[in-house]
Design a binder for this molecule. Sequence first.
Ligand SMILES: *Cc1c(COP(=O)(O)O)cnc(C)c1O
Length: 364
Amino acid sequence: MKELIQVTKSSMPSFEEFTNEIQDLWESGWLTNMGAKHKQLEMALERYLQVDNVNLFTNGHLALENAIASLNLSGEVITTPFTFVSTTHAIVRNRLTPVFCDINPDDYTIDTTKIESLITDKTSAIMPVHVYGNICDVDEIERIAKKHNLRVIYDAAHAFGVTKDDKGIGSFGDISMFSFHATKVFNTIEGGALTFNDDSLHSILNEQKNFGITGPEDIIYVGGNAKMNEFQAAMGLCNLNSIDDDIQRRKELVDRYNQHFNDIEGIKIVDSQQGVESNYAYYPVVFDGFKYTRDEVFENLKSENIHVRKYFFPLTNDIECYEGRFDVNETPVAKYISDRVLTLPLYPDLKLSDVDRICKVILN
Ligand SMILES: *Cc1c(COP(=O)(O)O)cnc(C)c1O
């Protein structure tokens, strides 16, 4: 069997770095409930992400559910099906109705020319998704939201550290959600955060994520529990030390992939976006008129012990738990891309020679 290449591998500090970071927890005995490391990480992330406010959560999905709850949305939310199920589930679990907008075929984010025709008197928000490290057309989304008095929550799970015209991507919209899951560019093992400009959201989110407790004997919301603990925060503080190196390394690997795939008939790679510093979170390749189909390439790679992902496939408007509720044909571009896309292995520990091996198998 050939040497295994995984599709992703978590960034981790050295064992010593982590144990140094958690040592004081044995002195304080304070393990969760917004402790010292939680505060330290929130402040460090406000600086790194260039945002006014960061509020940490135990994972990205609960952060997203709480973002929706904090804005008191109702009725319909316009979103895209070209995402991880979390985005759609977060809307549905808040008893709202997702309305699916198609994506554009260049960067796979929401097609802003199709948003306005989906707005009804029930629409309360737009929930666009930054995809693979590419960002949505945030300026056009802001224009539409203002015009129709809608809130905007970005699923920025893929966009940690991305900037547009030197502005942190988390500073756009009402709220952005970042995921710090083990597989993401920056991880706290599991974890997530909301970023926002309106300072008053802080206390609401702090209460929502802690059972609705507002004082020793006061519980005024039906809140849940979604707090990040001190070990997660410690992992984040360590991983933040290497994040710039990690992203730089990802860029080198992406450049190497691009060298192989530039000008190959039937293979579509994503162009970089003007004014955007990407984080190179994923390397998507679309097979459209290539000598092999996406599924054939997937199998060829698997037989060489190279693991890749059909991501995002299936679309969230085409999954079993929503059967009969949505029509996948209403988002034809998303369907087209979802049927043809693979994301290739990409993580800081990947070797350039691994990239060469992967490309050779795909192209041979
Ligand atoms: C990872 C991810 C989430 C969920 O984040 P978790 O931290 O795993 O809960 C949501 N949306 C997208 C697009 C993601 O990739």
